[in-house]
Design a protein around this ligand. Structure first.
Ligand code: ZN
Length: 84
């Protein structure tokens, strides 16, 4: 699994829709990839804070990578591009 694939799979992981095989791949990749560990830590903190009603900003590098993955996910789910 590459970092990009991990970021894409994270969306499903967060949604709780990832299958066990993906979860295992995520864990394996994370065990060997420090940058992705940082992203996941930030994501986990963000989710926790969002659930507490206190959204926070991710560091720009992490935010960029996450947003790229989220945009890709969004395109898959919503053919019409968001107005921006
Ligand atoms: Zn990675």
């Amino acid at each position: 699994m590459h970092c990009d694939e991990l970021l894409a799979a994270l969306n499903e992981y967060v949604d709780g829709t990832a299958n066990p095989a993906i979860c295992e791949e995520l864990r394996r990749h994370l065990a060997a990839c420090d940058p992705c560990q940082v992203v996941v830590d930030n994501l986990r903190q963000t989710i926790t804070l969002y659930r507490q009603g206190q959204p926070i900003e991710l560091p720009p590098a992490c935010r960029e990578r996450l947003h790229a993955a989220l945009r890709e996910r969004w395109r898959q789910l919503h053919p019409v591009p968001p107005t921006a």
